[in-house]
Ligand binder design. Sequence first.
Ligand SMILES: *[C@@H]1O[C@H](CO)[C@@H](O)[C@H](O)[C@H]1NC(C)=O
Ligand SMILES: *[C@@H]1O[C@H](CO)[C@@H](O)[C@H](O)[C@H]1NC(C)=O
Ligand SMILES: *[C@@H]1O[C@H](CO)[C@@H](O)[C@H](O)[C@H]1NC(C)=O
Ligand SMILES: *[C@@H]1O[C@H](CO)[C@@H](O)[C@H](O)[C@H]1NC(C)=O
Ligand SMILES: CC(=O)N[C@H]1CO[C@H](CO)[C@@H](O)[C@@H]1O
Length: 503
Amino acid sequence: MIFFFDKSFIIILLINLLYSQCIAENTCFPSGFKIGVASSAYQTEGAWNVSDKGINNWDTFTHGKNQGNSNEDNTGDIASDSYNKYKEDIQIISDIGFDYYRLSLSWARILPNGFANKISEEGVQHYKNVLDELHAKGIEPFVTIYHWDHPDVLDKLGGWTNELMVDYFEDYARIVFQEFGSRVKLWATINEPNINCLSSYSTGVYAPGFKMPGIGPYICVHNMLKAHTRAYEIYDEEFRQINNGKIGIVIAGFYHFSVEENDTESSDVAFQYESGWIAHPIFSKNGDYPPVMKERIGENSKLEGYPRSRLPEFSPDWIQRIKGTSDYFGLNHYSSNLVKSVPKNPITGWINDSGIVSSVDKSWMRAASIWLSVVPKGFRSILNKIKCEYNNPPVFITENGYSGYANESDIQDINRINYFYSYIEEMLLAINVDGCNVHRYTAWSILDSFEWDMEYKERFGIVHVDFNNPNRTRTPRLSASWLGCVLNRRKLISFDEFNANRI
Ligand SMILES: *[C@@H]1O[C@H](CO)[C@@H](O)[C@H](O)[C@H]1NC(C)=O
Ligand SMILES: *[C@@H]1O[C@H](CO)[C@@H](O)[C@H](O)[C@H]1NC(C)=O
Ligand SMILES: *[C@@H]1O[C@H](CO)[C@@H](O)[C@H](O)[C@H]1NC(C)=O
Ligand SMILES: *[C@@H]1O[C@H](CO)[C@@H](O)[C@H](O)[C@H]1NC(C)=O
Ligand SMILES: CC(=O)N[C@H]1CO[C@H](CO)[C@@H](O)[C@@H]1O
């Protein structure tokens, strides 16, 4: 029994004991689990007209609201000024102790003409500086190639409703891999195609502001799925061997709870119309759009007299090509809702193309954003849905966060800490109890920033930004220091425990 006195054996025993204790308490992250924080280019950078940067879709859209004038109050012209203050931001990220930083690139800063015939040296150099600064601080960059901003000239050509956007995106992606491939090991192609396409081409609250419900969003997602696939293929064929990184897509997903207890269908149908719209073509065994979308949109289109479905069809070749083009499932999850099935009406067909109506439970606490109810248990549910639907793929949580009001002084953001705590707790149950394959967790967002149609009215930052001060002064909120404590201990820590250890 000599081995019993072996030091390393006793250490392993101790580690196992501690590990089983933290599993029992559901406070520990799996070994190798990484925690990061995110932002996006248009929301934070500002510097809309520096050097030879081209005008992008959001410059045009926001300036249009001001009769063509620049105005820092409701545009991203200055935003959080991160273009100029990136070193300060990276220092803050490093001080909190994050493992990685998810940021996006401004297409118009890199390709001012929109096309690949001219690369901006200054634009490329800016991002090399940012990436070098991250590496110098030991922070891993996680780069989103497209987070909703593109050169305005491409919008003049129809934006994402123009199928040639697939080629333009391919050219842009190749340049991005060439320029930054040695500095970046983790890529996301496109952020939330469903939200982007619905807001840009159905409700019209995002650039370019078109209202073409039932048509625009389906074409937009169709082209984005192809563009994503081309970028994935290029990385695979031309860069993976040299750069040895990972590349995937970021998908938005609520969890949808059925209102009626006997309803076994509506939760799944709602999932298919939201996350499944993007995920089914990429992650399912058979590929292509979810069968329920093809059926119901086809039926509605027929009733409406269209000669073909408003949901475009993929050729068998594209179905095969799109399948499997993601090294991880990037999930942006914030909230949940309640859903109910409505039977097909023989004359008007499926309501909302889906046969689903949604609502929220009035008892749920709401953040500043009208769409953001606090429903932590939905996080565990959607992780289990992804596990079951797509055979437990590796999942990276690419966004999760809570919005406060701009008019509230909220440096002591206890609501945000409670949100993070309760959501991370449910994520850990999904991992430690249910066996969901989650590898990363990304808090949204590092800074207060331009919140798209909500401008500066909602604040997601764990760091406050003073937009009335030309210096855009940064002040870390309490949630930044709580997350710092979680990172330091590598353990989910309650607010009380955190508070007791503060001076
Ligand atoms: C850039 O835009 C700002 C307004 O946001 C304006 O004051 C400035 O003159 C512009 N700079 C250049 C180089 O056009
Ligand atoms: C569930 O039960 C309610 C009330 O009995 C009924 O009206 C409804 O049609 C049922 N729904 C389903 C999906 O079976
Ligand atoms: C802040 O604005 C929101 C929405 O306009 C409002 O409901 C809330 O009462 C305001 N809070 C304060 C402290 O003024
Ligand atoms: C902005 O920062 C500069 C340099 O740190 C400082 O001198 C100036 O007072 C600040 N301005 C405001 C309005 O805080
Ligand atoms: C998301 C969406 O389009 N919801 C609509 C579903 O249908 C009902 C009834 O027509 C509308 O009120 C919703 O806006």
